[in-house]
Design a protein. Structure first.
Ligand SMILES: [Zn+2]
Length: 549
């Protein structure tokens, strides 16, 4: 049989049966031969493209286990970027300039602020945005766990003193009970009507992301909240791109369901199943149900759900553990119904309390439905009780870790220590412990929380757990993993997480031909230079989708 393409080089297959190879042959989009050079000769025909890459490295296509492509892509194209470490003045100037430059926009959206002392004791307020623009302004914080909005935004939506509180979030109010312009967690939902993008805008956003990340070797991604703005527009956009043959990356999506006022959790799962059938195609599928079980930290108050209370004075006084957005009964029902409909469940759990509760819910659901290979996943995993790790292994729960977060940021660390105390801060964000316990570990960035979020950067950080050359940023070095573990987490285990390891994730005969060619061997280079490797080519389904100029 003549192959369409044959590649010679240093092939790292991520296939345990045959970890290294010197040649791979590809026909009809799949690997038809993986082995030594001599064996590949039989596949050379008159039309075979033969390429040789000596000195570099060939890996399976790289994956992203939790990247908000839709919101990130549209955010990059249609919103203002706030400087993470900027002052209030910087933010106001940026919003004003952006609003003046974009008279075509009806709402000014932005992201990337951190509440800072210069915003006053009440944190970010609508009053601070007075005079910047007459249009509604909606600004997300760096972690997308709160919105800071102006009076025009609240006026447009009729949000005022009489707007009732929500059970899964916080409407911050002034002394008179008026919403002050800061909406946390579930309260953000109230503003969602102002954050809707059109199908066309999402198409542009996905293509923008795809072009940038194919050039960094990424061929597989989970968009963990495809209904970010409360619409099906992002799913529809992916579907249309897929039908038109423009989706070059494998995009899996999760549909987020809620338990709060105005939501019917079970009906939302049914809707996701209907959306899956309506939009499923060769490169796109709504395959997961997403649960946002808790929030995050640092905050005022923090919202990640912890077994032990936060350590700041207010939290100590109130025995504040954080905030859950679903109760046990609903969470268990979500697992049950999702499993019945063939969905994997993807849970956001930042606090150890949220992880333990997730595992309890899975146990209860499986007691009724019986064990099955569901590949439920928990992500972020910032504070983890070691006692829960073996439970993850036993229940077959995938740990979707965030190596991109594995360094100590001098700007944030004091805030985190104040919130959760020295010990929990020092032990944050494990990875090695999951591998050691036999948990399947994959890798994610939470893009655009991390932006850019290139896979090689994540791999490097998982190995060194600091910024290159900056030892003061070293964080929890006992949880460093090997480059081989990072490669597995970024390739085969991503495919495992997304239930497509039967056809993706390794360079194995019969699997779809997704691969990336690097100019250096990242298993032998100085770990501080893993991220300096250049992607020379990226292949998806046997076609070159990126070639380095
Ligand atoms: Zn996320």
């Amino acid at each position: 049989m003549a192959a369409d393409k044959i590649i010679y080089g240093n092939i790292y297959t991520v296939d345990r049966e045959q970890p290294r190879a010197a040649a791979a042959a590809i026909a009809d989009g799949r690997f038809v031969y993986v082995g030594d050079e001599a064996g590949a000769k039989a596949y050379i025909g008159s039309g075979t493209e033969v390429l040789r890459y000596d000195g570099g490295m060939i890996l399976p296509g790289l994956g992203e286990g939790h990247g908000h492509v839709g919101p990130g892509g549209t955010e990059a194209l249609f919103t203002v970027h706030l400087n993470l470490f900027g002052t209030l003045e910087d933010h106001l100037a940026a919003v004003k300039e952006f609003a003046e430059k974009h008279p075509e926009l009806d709402v000014i959206q932005g992201a990337g602020f951190v509440p800072t002392p210069d915003m006053g004791p009440d944190g970010p307020t609508a009053d601070l945005l007075n005079g910047v623009t007459d249009k509604p302004v909606v600004l997300a914080d760096m972690g997308h766990h709160s919105y800071w909005v102006n009076h025009a935004a609240m006026d447009r939506l009729g949000i005022d003193k009489n707007t009732p509180d929500v059970s899964d979030g916080i409407i911050v109010r002034d002394a008179k009970g008026n919403p002050n312009g800061y909406f946390r967690e579930g309260a953000m939902d109230l503003l969602k009507p102002l954050t809707v993008f059109t199908v066309e805008q999402y198409k542009q956003g996905f293509l923008y992301y795809q072009e940038e990340y194919l050039a960094h070797g990424e061929t597989l991604v989970l968009d963990p909240i495809i209904n970010w703005d409360g619409t099906d527009n992002a799913a529809q956009a992916c579907h249309e791109l897929d039908v038109d043959g423009k989706l070059k990356m494998h995009v899996y999506a999760a549909y987020q369901v809620f338990q709060a006022e105005g939501h019917d959790t079970m009906a939302e799962i049914e809707h996701a199943a209907e959306l899956r059938e309506r939009t499923k195609g060769p490169m796109f599928e709504v395959s997961n149900i997403k649960i946002q079980l808790d929030g995050g930290f640092p905050g005022n108050p923090s919202t990640a759900y912890m077994k032990e209370p936060y350590t700041d004075p207010w939290s100590q006084e109130h025995q504040h553990h954080g905030q859950l957005r679903l109760d046990m009964e609903t969470l268990t029902a979500v697992f049950k119904r999702s499993h019945e409909l063939g969905f994997t469940v993807h849970v956001h759990a930042i606090g150890d309390g949220a992880l333990a509760m997730t595992l309890d819910a899975i146990e209860r659901a499986l007691a009724e439905t019986g064990p099955h290979d569901y590949r439920d996943a928990v992500t972020h995993l910032q504070v983890v009780d070691k006692a829960d790790i073996p439970r993850m292994a036993k229940l077959g729960v995938v740990a979707v870790t965030d190596p991109h977060w594995f360094d100590k940021t001098p700007e944030f660390d004091p805030m985190i220590v104040a919130n959760i105390g020295e010990e929990r801060a020092a032990n944050q964000l494990p990875m090695k412990s999951f591998f050691d316990a036999g948990v399947v570990v994959s890798s994610a960035s939470d893009y655009p929380v991390i932006n850019p979020a290139y896979p090689l950067v994540g791999m490097q950080k998982g190995v060194i757990r600091q910024l290159p050359g900056r030892s003061e940023t070293l964080h929890n070095p006992g949880e460093r993993v090997t480059i081989e573990q990072m490669i597995e987490a970024t390739t085969l285990n991503e495919a495992y997480q997304l239930l497509c390891d039967d056809r993706l994730g390794s360079i194995t005969v019969g699997k779809e031909a997704d691969l990336v060619v690097l100019d250096q061997d990242i298993t032998t280079c100085d770990p501080e230079h893993i991220a300096d490797a250049t992607v020379l080519r990226t292949m998806v389904g046997g076609s070159w989708v990126y070639i380095h100029a």
